[in-house]
Design a protein around this ligand. Structure first.
Ligand code: CMP
Length: 138
């Protein structure tokens, strides 16, 4: 069993898509084990995107993810990392496969509606940045 953090990003929050996105992942058989709405501060966003520090898009990505409240969720399932990434589609919505969340909802590479963890190790680390042990039910 793997765990992944999922974020519903500002572009999707502004279009009231949080429920649709969480629902699509639940309908895939992934188990929702944690959920909250929050407004990330800069320090939390920099921890979350630490692996991208120094890249050209880092500062813009921090400004974007802290621009509005977001929804954070944790999902659990067999091969949850690969499963969720497949359902979400490519980072760049213009390259995402038909029927994926980012193809359906994403606007561009920054405003791509969702984030998901890219490995089981990062899943554990990212979930711990958003949820206390008591807030995780699974
Ligand atoms: P995410 O999966 O949250 O991880 C890093 C984020 O940086 C990515 O989604 C995009 O929203 C954002 N980003 C902006 N520009 C780029 C880029 N050129 N390559 C990758 N990610 C980018």
């Amino acid at each position: 069993m793997e765990k992944s953090l999922v974020l519903v990003k500002p572009d999707a929050m502004e279009r009231q898509l949080a429920g649709a996105i969480i629902g699509r992942l639940q309908a895939e058989g992934l188990k929702l084990i944690a959920l909250k709405m929050l407004h990330m501060d800069k320090a939390m966003a920099e921890r979350h995107y630490a692996v991208h520090k120094g890249k050209s898009f880092f500062e813009d990505t921090i400004a974007y993810i802290t621009s509005t409240p977001i929804v954070a969720a944790a999902f659990k399932g067999e091969d949850a990392i690969a499963h969720i990434r497949k359902v979400m589609g490519a980072t760049d919505p213009s390259k995402a496969a038909p029927g994926t969340i980012r193809k359906d909802y994403g606007l561009d590479i920054q405003r791509n509606s969702t984030h998901a963890s890219d490995s089981p190790e990062n899943g554990e680390i990212e979930i711990a940045n958003f949820f206390t042990k008591k807030e995780i039910f699974g």
